[in-house]
Design a protein around this ligand. Structure first.
Ligand SMILES: [Fe+2]
Length: 478
């Protein structure tokens, strides 16, 4: 694996935020939350967040944050109150490991002990990365396998689904909706002699459709992509999986990622209406976990994403499970302009702040936006722990508005929720699940997105802590 130069630890010993990586065992349905401040009257709906909530089995701690067994947190807002529900997700493979009291399956950073399992055991469904609502149904997603349906009523697990055989073997955790097409798009990576990128269209109503498959340049890892009104855009970083070493038990997938900068990053621009007519070209080597938004302008495609010079961030993500990280992930917000005809891209770093989880208003997904919202690290040494700051970036002026929620308060991805009937792009709220390490409790921070620097207008408190979640979905009240 890669590593960046190690720097001294900000404070020795066990960080207080490490309690957020304790196994969550206190499942409950919707219960009233304590409100601090005042909830906006027109913010009505349910936020569902998904992340890893159990970090080992049978006394064995998993090898990577991405291995954690999934759980869901939901906060229902309306009528001046908030109700929270929290539950571990119960897939067949999670259940089998709990029953056996040991690791059975290979996962991202944990190798199956048995050769038979490594070769034929299939993927574990950790259901730990994001939540998707589609056609009134709720799903937990993880990129290595199929979706898991959850109940919107009480978050109980309803079961895995392939949507009548349409989806699989993999369905990424990052579907993107394009409003003008009244559809969402997603992908799955299918490993084989020729690895393939399977593409899916999820109409707002009607069945999921397979759009086609695009060959990939090797055993790659793709976490996210972005959609405009006409194209799907992928950045395929020069990370390659040494699959034979994984099968032989010489480490996990995560141990066997190889950074091959000489290969460059392959850019795929796929026309939604003619997916077989792919434009592909090589660019300089870089890695991307997440995209904020993209739009088309004068024959070019403008993409906002958090970009990394290499794959060191994977080590940072692994180290989070055990305390202060020693590897600097180095993610920065970038704006990239792709010229598909010329087969070139141009990139500008927008901010020098270490950040992740870029997002924009869902009302403009695939079209031109002005504001990007992020979780970020506040200071020089803060990158060794979880993100502790929220940032709003005005992409037109470069102005950054920074808000820190409290001392030793750590926020998950902020989500922008538009105000019903609002007109300005930032007329709405930022919702961020936050962990207060000083009280070992979690809350939902509600900020006015026009003036986030004023701090939360309300905090809806759980009476317990909940592990950090990666991604979520907003279900407006009926
Ligand atoms: Fe993600």
């Amino acid at each position: 694996m890669l590593s960046a130069a190690a720097a001294p630890l900000p404070s020795p010993g066990r960080p207080s935020w490490l309690n957020a990586y304790r196994d969550f065992t206190g499942d409950h349905g919707f219960q009233p939350m304590r409100i601090e401040g005042r909830l906006p009257e027109d913010l009505k709906g349910t936020l569902v967040r998904v992340g890893p909530v159990t970090f080992g089995v049978g006394g064995q701690r998993y090898g990577h944050w991405f291995d954690g067994d999934g759980g869901a947190l939901a906060v229902r807002l309306g009528e001046g109150g908030a109700w929270g529900a929290a539950r571990a997700i119960d897939t067949p493979s999670i259940r089998a490991e709990r029953a056996a009291g040991k690791v059975l399956y290979s996962n991202y950073g944990t190798a199956a002990p048995s050769l038979w399992r490594r070769l034929f055991g299939g993927a574990k469904n950790a259901a730990n990365t994001s939540a998707m609502t589609w056609n009134g149904r709720l799903f937990a997603l993880v990129e290595s396998t199929i979706p898991t349906e959850l109940s919107l009523e009480d978050l109980r697990t309803l079961g895995e689904t392939t949507f009548e055989g349409t989806v699989g073997p993999a369905f990424s955790a990052h579907p993107h909706r394009v409003g003008s097409r009244r559809a969402s798009y997603n992908f799955g990576v299918r490993y084989g002699r020729v690895p393939l990128l399977d593409l899916y269209e999820l109409p707002d109503s009607g069945p999921i459709r397979r759009m086609g498959s695009v060959p990939l340049p090797g055993l790659v890892m793709i976490h996210d992509f972005i959609a405009t009104e006409r194209h799907l855009v992928f950045f395929v970083a020069p990370v390659r999986i040494r699959i034979f070493r994984v099968m032989l038990g010489l480490g996990s997938f995560s141990d066997n990622f190889e950074w091959r900068p000489e290969l460059g990053t392959e850019v795929l621009v796929i026309p939604i209406d003619e997916p077989s007519k792919v434009t592909r070209f090589q660019a300089e080597p870089f890695h991307t976990w997440h995209f904020g938004n993209a739009f088309e302008q004068d024959g070019r495609i403008v993409v906002d994403s958090v970009r990394y010079p290499d794959f060191g961030s994977n080590q940072w993500l692994a180290e989070q499970l055990n305390g202060w990280a020693s590897t600097d992930a180095q993610g920065r917000l970038h704006r990239t302009t792709i010229d598909p005809k010329a087969g070139t891209l141009r990139t500008e770093q927008v901010s020098d702040r270490r950040c992740e989880f870029p997002g924009a208003t869902p009302l403009l997904s695939g079209t031109r936006h002005r504001y990007v919202y992020l979780a970020a690290h506040s200071g020089q040494e803060a990158w060794r722990g979880p993100q502790d700051t929220l940032v709003k970036v005005d992409m037109e002026t470069g102005r950054e508005t920074v808000v820190t929620l409290g001392r030793e308060h750590y926020a998950s991805e902020p989500m922008f929720i538009p105000r019903p009937g609002g007109s300005a792009e930032d007329d709405g709220w930022l919702l961020a699940q936050t962990y207060d390490a000083t009280s070992d409790k979690s809350y939902l921070a509600v900020l006015d997105a026009k003036t986030p620097e004023a701090g939360p207008v309300a905090r809806a408190w759980l009476d317990h802590g909940f592990p950090f979640t990666f991604h979520g979905t907003w279900v407006p009240a009926a």
